[in-house]
Design a protein around this ligand. Structure first.
Ligand SMILES: [Zn+2]
Length: 394
């Protein structure tokens, strides 16, 4: 079975496109949301349940399975699909982002989109980055570990996901231009080394575009990665920091990068998944998103709704006989009042987190289905405008 990507429809008013990725394990309709099963589980729900909600591919994080050496046990099962007992297409990331979050990112307390608070909470760096690779301490037992492009690819081949990612360095938005330039050279060298090391016939690899918030570096990165024989592209990095509004920075980066990329290949935006960001990125030609937002928020009592993210623990919801989102057709909203979910979450009942996880995943997967339908019907730009007029980001 050959892997392929085909564009089925493009919108005229934007660069939004509807497409189809084919893998040996199944087809993925794009634009699509990829739920994250960090260590091989979706934290509070099952792969089968989320597949029924519309998820066609899942992401597993290489970093954890590498640090605890569990990939060696998984290899004895001939890969993640046999180990997890699922037939759905899978992705594994390279471990690069976690190296970043354990290193330079955490030093400043910065996430994927930097927020003002905590920017300067400098913590002790735990990683040593060189041109060869990264040496760091295992968060499991403190052992010294080394990750290189060759090791990342070897581990990802053993995990056996359909789509894998090149190993990159993800910089902090607070790093200097000079550091970003040096880091980009490394990421580019590592991209070539990943391709050289990649031997598997039944997997495809995405190349990663970095360059921080610098137009020249982002364009250089896009041109270089575009020149290599990757299956598709992933746009990495974190946004914001001392450069102003982080959301417009994300949009600007996509505006610089996407026109350079071969439009016949799929484009993945790494780690971004809030509804308004998804709409802006789809409008700029992004096809795939992975993010822990729906599942992580659920565990903390935050629900995705058409009006924005809401804190289900607030008194308003504890007293509400209405569903979490009265337009949502998930089984949770069909059956339970928000008051019940609010009560369970406040009492830290596991079942409350499970219900909210299912609502949030259903909500975002349904949102992606609406996006695809709107592109099919040539009305994505109107859909986006209407959605954003109700959705409040806070
Ligand atoms: Zn719902």
């Amino acid at each position: 079975m050959k892997f392929s990507f085909r564009i089925l429809k493009k919108e005229r008013k934007s660069q939004a496109r509807r497409g189809l990725v084919k893998t040996r394990r199944g087809e993925i309709r794009t634009p699509c949301f990829v739920p994250v099963a960090t260590k091989g589980a979706l934290k509070g729900t099952s792969f089968d349940a989320v597949n029924k909600m519309g998820a066609e591919i899942f992401m597993v994080n290489t970093f954890h399975l590498f640090c605890n050496q569990r990939y060696k046990e998984i290899a004895k099962f001939k890969g993640l699909n046999n180990f997890l007992k699922i037939k759905y297409p899978l992705m594994t990331d390279s471990g690069g982002f976690q190296v970043f979050s354990l290193g330079s990112g955490w030093e400043y307390g910065v996430g994927k989109i930097a927020k003002k608070e905590g920017l300067y909470e400098k913590k002790e760096g735990k990683v040593k980055i060189s041109d060869d690779g990264v040496i760091f301490r295992s968060p499991y037992n403190g052992d010294k570990l080394e990750m290189t492009p060759e090791i990342s690819i070897k581990v990802q081949e053993k995990l056996g996901a359909d789509i894998i990612f090149a190993f990159d360095e993800c910089t902090s938005p607070l790093d200097s231009y000079e550091y970003h330039k040096e880091s980009l050279q490394r990421t580019n060298d590592w991209a070539q080394r990943c391709l050289n090391a990649f031997k598997a016939k039944n997997q495809v690899m995405m190349g990663i575009i970095q360059g921080g918030e610098y137009q020249d570096l982002r364009k250089e990165s896009a041109s270089f990665i575009n020149s290599l024989p990757f299956f598709g592209f992933a746009i990495g990095g974190s946004f914001g920091g001392s450069f102003g509004d982080s959301k417009s920075q994300l949009n600007k980066v996509l505006d610089w990068v996407n026109p350079i990329l071969d439009e016949s290949k799929p484009r993945h935006l790494l780690g971004i998944g809030e509804p308004d960001d998804i709409l802006e990125a789809v409008a700029r030609g992004i096809d795939l998103f992975d993010c822990v937002v729906p599942t992580r928020w659920a565990r903390h009592g935050t629900a995705l709704t058409r009006k924005g993210r809401v804190n289900i623990k607030s008194l308003k919801y504890l007293k509400s006989k209405k569903p979490i989102d009265d337009k949502c057709n998930c089984y949770v909203c069909q059956r339970y009042p928000a008051a019940y979910i609010s009560h369970l979450i406040k009492e830290k009942e596991i079942y409350g987190m499970m219900l909210l996880t299912d609502h949030n995943l259903h909500w975002i997967l349904n949102f992606m289905a609406e996006i695809r339908k709107s592109i099919k019907d040539s009305r994505f730009t109107e859909f986006k405008k209407k959605f954003l007029s109700c959705y409040k980001r806070n």
